[in-house]
Design a protein around this ligand. Sequence first.
Ligand SMILES: [Zn+2]
Length: 251
Amino acid sequence: MKWKSHVAIAKAISAEMGLPDELERALCNGSVEPDRRPDAAFREQGSRLRIVRAPHHTPPTGTIMAYMWRARQAYLIGNDYWALKNLGRGLHYIQDKSVSPGRNFRRHDAREEEVADLCPMRHAVLDGIDAAVCSPRFVRRCVTDVRPLKNPDEIMHQATLFSAAISASVLGPPEAEDELLDKYRVAVNAYRFRPAIGGAVAAGSLTAAYLGVHPAAAVAGLAAAAAVVVAPSYRRLCTEAEWFGLDAHKR
Ligand SMILES: [Zn+2]
């Protein structure tokens, strides 16, 4: 996407969110920065790894999420300038990802020219802000939902909608709601006792296997222990809590 479009989307979001001039500038600068100072990515070439410019039209979700986390963490400690700069850098990739590069980039440049003639739709900004949920899971879903499009109007609409939704999530309430806090506290307390229980289950079934009592019990026991260690729902809850600056493992 052209710089004109990146900046126009940043300004449209800033206007609806009522950002002061300095922060609007940070968002605009961040939004064009990956073209000026590209992110690095690794590419395998034979047996060697080469450092290349990170792709803009097919960006890895992890690259975008890293910027969103940096933005959120800066926002939580009150470093708004750094927050908006990082948010802008992440949004650049959301916007580029909206443009289909086409086969061999043949129609790509013309498509970006056509998009540059369009203004971000105000209703897309408002819809994005309205739909936003202050959660890293929501941001990740937005990132993965962005599709490469061909129609200039649709490109501008999608880029604006998702950019606004992500901005509202990153710059959402700094404090977690009571419901999340309660769930998190219960989970952290429950989790503290889990490694002991998991260890006991594993040890018990290994002893049983050793004694030749019931080898199948060993497999079941280890599976149970692994489930306790991995516990995806617990980890997800921790990630949600971290969005609000809570970290169970930092105490
Ligand atoms: Zn770019």
